[in-house]
Design a protein around this ligand. Structure first.
Ligand SMILES: CCCCCC/C=C\CCCCCCCC(=O)SCCNC(=O)CCNC(=O)[C@H](O)C(C)(C)COP(=O)(O)OP(=O)(O)OC[C@H]1O[C@@H](n2cnc3c(N)ncnc32)[C@H](O)[C@@H]1OP(=O)(O)O
Length: 231
């Protein structure tokens, strides 16, 4: 468990302005982005332990830590622009932020994902911050769904290419205590043409509690179809 939620709430605010906005190096005009999937002072002992454990597993190449950024620049993703970016939004692209990385450190989603290519599996170690409350003392179901979508989505995209969620079916079995750390374990089950079937579960760190389970369907984007127009 995290030391205390109250401690987090008392933490002086992060610098004003747009937290996490990319810094520009004026000499090269290159955008330098912070990798959010690395430890910061808000990470609890549990999250640090899991991180360290899996960084060791990365040494033989079986697992890979996935970096994570607030901003998503289409030119860094081959084919992305042609698939589904509205050209009129390009100018404002750097104002958009990844939802799950839009909180100040420790208040929202703190997580790191690891990918195992041989197993087509993504593990997400997630610390749920105090601003994700639903029922008093517990995490909001929408926040859990968000991270199940993100984890299964990452699994689908890593295994099969750029895909979007068509269906996400969740069973919430036990509530998740606010400020705890959980493990989201997802894997690709089946591929049928453009359909990627991925399942996942959310468990406590000691694996004794099964909090939620989900099955998801992702559809690989068809380069010949626009996502903007109604078909
Ligand atoms: C988001 C991509 C990021 C890429 C970069 C990767 C980096 C990091 C990963 C981060 C992961 C983030 C995860 C977050 C993902 C999301 O939240 S996405 C947002 C929510 N989803 C949407 O808004 C999608 C809205 N839907 C659509 O745009 C379209 O429906 C579609 C693109 C999903 C599919 O459209 P289309 O390409 O036209 O396919 P179809 O011809 O309609 O269907 C193809 C086959 O699939 C079957 N199918 C479609 N939908 C469903 C469904 N809901 N249930 C069951 N089956 C479905 C359809 O019947 C077709 O089957 P057949 O071929 O006829 O057998």
């Amino acid at each position: 468990m995290l030391r205390s939620c109250a401690a987090l709430l008392r933490t002086p605010g992060a610098p004003r302005g747009r937290p996490g906005a990319p810094r520009r190096s004026f000499s090269s005009e290159k955008v330098v982005q912070k990798d959010c999937a690395l430890p910061n002072p808000s990470w609890s002992k549990d999250l640090r332990l899991l991180f360290d454990q899996f960084m060791k597993k990365c040494e033989d190449g079986s697992w890979k830590r996935l970096p994570s950024y607030k901003q998503f620049f289409s030119k860094t993703f081959q084919g992305f622009q042609t698939l589904y970016l509205d050209p009129s939004l390009v100018k404002g692209e750097e104002h958009a932020q990844l939802f799950t990385r839009s909180f100040e450190d420790g208040l929202g989603f703190e997580y790191v994902m690891f990918y195992n290519d041989a197993e087509k599996r993504v593990l997400c170690f997630l610390q749920v911050g105090p601003h994700l409350q639903g029922a008093p003392g517990f995490v909001h179901g929408g926040a859990i769904a968000t991270m199940m979508d993100s984890t299964t989505g990452t699994c689908a995209c890593r295994a099969g290419g750029i895909a979007m969620t068509a269906n996400l079916n969740i069973n919430f079995k036990r509530p998740i205590p606010l400020c705890s750390v959980v493990v989201i374990d997802s894997q690709l089950d089946k591929v049928e043409g453009r359909k990627l079937f991925v399942s996942c579960n959310v468990r406590s760190v000691d694996e004794k509690t099964l909090h939620s389970e989900a099955s998801a369907l992702f559809i690989k984007l068809d380069p010949d179809k626009s996502l903007r127009k109604k078909r």
